[in-house]
Design a protein around this ligand. Structure first.
Ligand SMILES: NC(=O)c1ccc[n+]([C@@H]2O[C@H](COP(=O)([O-])OP(=O)(O)OC[C@H]3O[C@@H](n4cnc5c(N)ncnc54)[C@H](OP(=O)(O)O)[C@@H]3O)[C@@H](O)[C@H]2O)c1
Length: 270
């Protein structure tokens, strides 16, 4: 088979595909020959990113924290793309908050997107994956789960840890059905090799799109706690992480990889 077209005829759904890693993953899977369902809440960004990939991409406005929205999205995938071979749970939010000052909105957003979201998407994806004879589920997590004591990251770390535990259980539950579940544990993410001003405009990695005051408070707390070298490190290129996803999605069915840790080599600490 021609290199780079390993996924011809396959369908990949990516949650969190309106910016950052999800956009680069969508392009990587599309270049590998797959049709790609791109899920996120921001209609304009999603449609622009999908349009840039051409007819192989289907943008579906979805809030993965809302089970009805997820049901509708996967019903559309079944109707319009006819099958599903790979699900990538890449959507994530990083509310910076301590236990005593987290707002209702921050708690609901972290639990809804990071923990409940992948459970909803997996539930709806499984019948489609079974219909395709099996497949791969790739759940993106973070090194924050290795440092739950890091300041202001408790909501992020705990909801992603919950997702990791659910993934481990699902790995065993779905193994006899030829559905593979992998936790893709990522170190700090950097920019895109090919899209220096597109996929990640500010190049700040884990703390993108925050109020300046929150960022300063976070940076100072990381310095004080000794976590600055971990979370302030230069990030791994998004294309490298997307290629790790492609690697996972193209393993033969006899190979089980329940966890893969990708990070910048020079910054590896754990
Ligand atoms: N950035 C890092 O340094 C880092 C490090 C380790 C792990 N990670 C993990 O890697 C993944 C990608 O990170 P990133 O930095 O590329 O993130 P990002 O640039 O902030 O993008 C997050 C994506 O998730 C989508 N999203 C958020 N909430 C959603 C919801 N409820 N429903 C549907 N889509 C939702 C966003 O789109 P909308 O806002 O349009 O919905 C966006 O497309 C995340 O899971 C993150 O936790 C990141």
């Amino acid at each position: 088979m021609e290199m780079g077209q390993q996924l011809r005829g396959k369908v990949v759904a990516i949650a969190g595909a309106s910016r950052g890693l999800g956009v680069v993953a969508a392009r990587t899977f599309s270049e590998a020959g797959a049709r790609v369902a791109m899920l996120a809440r921001s209609r304009k960004r999603l449609e622009e990113e999908a349009a840039s990939l051409g007819p192989s991409a289907l943008p579906i406005v979805t809030d993965i924290g809302d089970p009805d929205s997820v049901r509708d999205a996967f019903a559309r995938i079944g109707r319009e793309l006819g099958r599903l071979d790979v699900l990538v749970n890449n959507a994530g939010v990083v509310p910076l908050a301590s236990a005593e000052d987290a707002t209702d909105e921050q708690i609901a957003s972290a639990v809804g997107t990071n923990f409940l979201g992948p459970i909803y998407t997996m539930r709806e994806a499984i019948p489609l994956l079974l219909g395709a004879g099996g497949g791969h589920i790739i759940n993106v997590s973070t090194e924050a789960t290795l440092y739950p004591e890091a300041p202001f990251l408790s909501l992020y770390a705990s909801t992603k840890s919950g997702m990791e535990t659910f993934s481990r259980a699902a790995y065993m539950e779905l193994r006899p059905k030829n559905i593979h579940v992998t936790v893709l544990l990522c170190g700090v993410l950097g920019g895109s090799r090919d899209r220096p001003d597109g996929a990640r405009p500010d190049g700040k990695g884990v703390v993108v799109a925050r109020e300046e005051a929150d960022l300063l408070r976070f940076a100072a707390a990381l310095q004080a706690s000794g976590h600055a070298a971990i979370f302030g490190a230069p990030g791994v290129e998004l294309e490298e992480v997307a290629e790790a996803m492609l690697f996972l999605a193209t393993r033969p069915s006899g190979v089980g990889i329940d966890r893969l840790h990708v990070r910048t080599h020079n910054e590896a600490r754990t």
